[in-house]
Design a protein around this ligand. Structure first.
Ligand SMILES: NC(=O)c1ccc[n+]([C@@H]2O[C@H](COP(=O)([O-])OP(=O)(O)OC[C@H]3O[C@@H](n4cnc5c(N)ncnc54)[C@H](O)[C@@H]3O)[C@@H](O)[C@H]2O)c1
Length: 350
């Protein structure tokens, strides 16, 4: 029997989870609670029971799993209330506003012996899987710098995303996904330093653009660049290895290119004596010294997350997004804000 679920916040992501749950078949969304009457009307049109009171919603004994899809500032309070009422909880990302709030939620989950996890769906994105595969295979050598970029063109953040009190801004919105991806790309390494520069370029009061750098144990620099206003395309990913280079253009992962230097070539020596580029150091290699490789292509398993969530609620599997995963990502977020305030690199061990 499917796990019965109720959704708090029947906006864009609330409706997304209803649709994914229907496709996965393992979760049956039966109810919704929202502070907006219009959203409740939309939920009723989908055949859901609706509540305009949180207590009444949490008192519905048919609901075993609560999916929290509200703006970010109320994630922690709603998660704790749902866990204390005996429900399993999936809370949208960012799971909370900071690591201290998260600890309170995790304590409630442990005390009530309930599943608590967050939605890190971008772990299944094909572009990310390509980069993760290439990095872990060593095919382009040891990764030295990886750049992960997401840019849009609309400029100003809209709705609650422009409101700092609601948890707006792009670090919470996109940063948390991209940080989580890196923490899984280098699974056995700790983050040794964090540097961030958050900026409000077109949206006052929240970061609509940021640069973040995490350095891991192996000295690989994992860079994140996000912004709402960029009119020229940049590749989604760029990976520098010490034997080759990978470029992934977009979220499909299908537009990508990879090359490595042939085994027998020892780099700069091979062009010595000829000024082929802006300088000898920056001269291109002869094409025959470079091996063009085909980056692996992945297809997204779009229901993997919801299937695992259902299995976790039934005690058949552990939730794939663990408490430790959430802790590490939120600690990086905390340090990104701190680094911006201090304008400094912050040494750490996360
Ligand atoms: N995982 C992803 O890919 C992804 C993508 C987009 C958004 N999100 C996350 O999902 C959450 C919701 O984002 P969205 O784009 O769906 O926002 P949205 O504005 O479309 O929907 C939010 C809903 O929450 C309701 N709401 C607000 N405060 C509430 C409260 N206190 N109690 C109950 N309902 C309340 C609003 O009325 C609205 O219906 C955010 O945390 C966001 O970061 C995740």
């Amino acid at each position: 029997m499917a796990v019965r679920a109720g959704i708090i916040g029947f906006g864009y992501m609330g409706q997304y989870h209803m649709k994914k749950s229907r496709q996965a078949d393992d979760i049956e969304v039966v109810a919704a609670y929202d502070i907006s009457a219009d959203r409740l009307a939309e939920a009723r049109a989908e055949g859901l029971r609706t509540y305009d009171s949180l207590d009444a919603f949490l008192g519905d004994d048919t609901i075993r799993l609560v999916m929290i899809c509200t703006p970010n500032n109320v994630h922690a309070a709603l998660s704790i209330a749902a866990l204390n009422s005996g429900k399993h909880v999936m809370c949208e990302k960012p799971v909370t506003m900071n690591a201290a709030e998260l600890e309170q939620v995790l304590t409630a989950a442990q005390r009530n012996h309930r599943v608590f996890t967050t939605h890190q769906n971008r772990r299944w994105n094909p572009d990310y899987l390509t980069v993760k595969d290439v990095v872990s295979s060593g095919i382009i050598g040891r990764p030295t710098t990886v750049i992960s970029r997401v840019y849009g063109q609309r400029g100003v953040c809209f709705g609650w995303r422009a409101d700092p009190l609601a948890g707006g801004g792009m670090l919470y919105d996109w940063g948390i996904h991209l940080i989580d991806q890196y923490l899984r790309m280098f699974p056995d390494q700790r983050v040794t330093s964090v540097y961030a520069r958050l900026q409000s370029i077109l949206t006052p009061a929240v970061d609509d653009s940021f640069d973040l750098e995490m350095v891991f144990d192996s000295d690989v620099c994992a860079r994140v660049q996000v912004g709402t206003f960029c009119l020229e395309p940049l590749p989604r990913w760029f990976v520098y290895g010490d034997r080759g280079t990978l470029r992934v253009d977009d979220f499909t992962g299908r537009s990508a290119a990879m090359a490595r230097i042939r085994q027998e070539v020892s780099g700069f020596d091979s062009v010595f004596g000829k000024q082929l580029g802006p300088s000898r150091t920056m001269a291109p290699l002869k094409p025959e010294f470079i091996e063009t490789l085909t980056p692996p292509v992945f297809t997204e398993d779009e229901l993997a997350y919801h299937r695992n969530l259902a299995a976790a609620c039934e005690g058949r599997e552990d939730a794939l997004v663990t408490h430790e995963d959430m802790r590490r990502a939120m600690r990086v977020v905390d340090l990104a804000f701190e680094s911006t305030r201090q304008r400094q690199v912050i040494k750490t061990s996360i």
